[in-house]
Design a protein around this ligand. Structure first.
Ligand SMILES: [Zn+2]
Ligand SMILES: [Zn+2]
Length: 266
C-alpha cells in the first residue's frame, strides 16, 4: 500500500533550504510526500515561494506577511501582492497572526496587520494560515471578530490546550501538527492530538525549523513529516496508512485541491 503524505507548511525559499532544494524535494518524493505547501512570510519571500511552486510538481504557495515582519509594512504593500493571488498555485493567505514570544514587532502593530491581512484574505476569498505564539487569546479574539468573512483556515504548528483546540475547531479551522508532537515532553500535546476529530488534522514540518525526533538538532525538511505521521498514528492507535490517507485527504480539502491535479504533475 502506498503511503502518501502532505507537508502543509514548509519554507523552501529560506537560505537553510534553498541551496539544495532539488535534493530536499527528491528525498521528499522518495518518502511519499506528494504535496507541499510553500508558505510565504514576507513581501519578497511571497514572490519567491510562488516562483518555486511553479518550478516543481506537487507544490503550492501561500502569500502573506509573518507577524515578525509587521513593523516593516506600509500602506500599499498588500495591494502590491494582490496580483499574485490570482495565480491558481496560490492557495491561501499566510502565514499571518501574532507572535508575542519573540515580539520582533510591537503587539499593536502585529494586531493591526493581522486584521488587515484577514480583510485582504476575505476580499481575495482565500483561506488563511495562522501563526500564533504566546498570543492565543488575542489571536482567537481577532479571528472570532472576523468570523463572518473567513474562508476557512489552519492553525499551523498547533501547540495549545484541548480548550484552545476546541475554540479553533469551532471556527471551522484545521489544526496542523508539526515536529514537536514527537518530543518526549509533549505528552499534553499528544493527548490533544488524540482527541481532535481526525478529519480536521493536518501534518507539517515548518522546515527548516522544528525537526521531529529522531532527527532533532538537524535541519528539518519535508521528508521528515513521516516521523510526525508515525507519532500521530501511535497516538490515535491507527495504522500509519490510515492516518496518512486521512491527513492527505484533509490537506486536499483544506486547500481546495484535487488529487488528480497534484498527482498529474509528477
Ligand atoms: Zn509560523
Ligand atoms: Zn512557518
Amino acid at each position: 500500500m502506498t503511503i502518501r503524505l502532505a507537508d502543509t507548511h514548509a519554507h523552501l525559499d529560506l537560505p537553510e533550504i534553498a541551496p539544495d532544494r532539488d535534493a530536499v524535494l527528491r528525498r521528499a518524493r522518495e518518502a511519499g510526500v506528494e504535496l507541499i505547501i510553500n508558505v510565504g512570510i514576507g513581501l519578497k519571500n511571497s514572490r519567491q515561494v510562488l516562483a518555486t511552486a511553479r518550478r516543481y510538481p506537487g507544490l503550492r504557495a501561500t502569500i502573506g506577511i509573518h507577524p515578525h515582519a509587521a513593523a516593516s509594512l506600509k500602506d500599499g504593500d498588500l495591494e502590491a501582492l494582490t496580483p499574485l493571488a490570482g495565480d491558481p498555485l496560490v492557495v491561501a493567505v499566510g502565514e499571518i497572526g501574532l507572535d508575542f514570544y519573540r515580539r520582533r514587532s510591537p503587539e499593536e502593530v502585529q494586531k493591526q496587520w493581522f486584521r488587515r491581512q484577514l480583510e485582504w484574505a476575505a476580499a481575495l476569498k482565500k483561506m488563511v494560515v495562522i501563526h500564533t505564539r504566546e498570543a492565543t487569546a488575542a489571536t482567537l479574539k481577532i479571528l472570532q471578530d472576523s468570523r463572518s468573512h473567513l474562508h476557512g483556515g489552519v492553525m499551523h504548528c498547533f501547540g495549545g490546550s484541548w480548550q484552545e483546540a476546541r475554540s479553533f475547531l469551532d471556527l471551522g479551522f484545521y489544526l496542523s501538527f508539526a515536529g514537536p508532537l514527537t518530543y518526549p515532553q509533549a505528552g499534553a500535546l499528544r493527548e490533544v492530538a488524540g482527541k481532535v476529530p481526525l478529519d480536521r488534522i493536518l501534518l507539517e514540518t515548518d522546515c527548516p525549523y522544528l525537526t521531529p525526533q529522531p532527527w532533532r538538532g538537524k535541519r528539518n525538511e519535508p521528508a521528515f513529516v513521516m516521523a510526525t505521521a508515525r507519532q500521530l498514528a501511535e497516538v490515535r492507535g491507527l495504522p500509519l496508512a490510515e492516518v496518512a490517507r486521512a491527513t492527505w485527504e484533509n490537506s486536499l480539502r483544506a486547500f481546495g485541491l484535487e488529487e488528480k491535479d497534484i498527482l498529474g504533475e509528477r
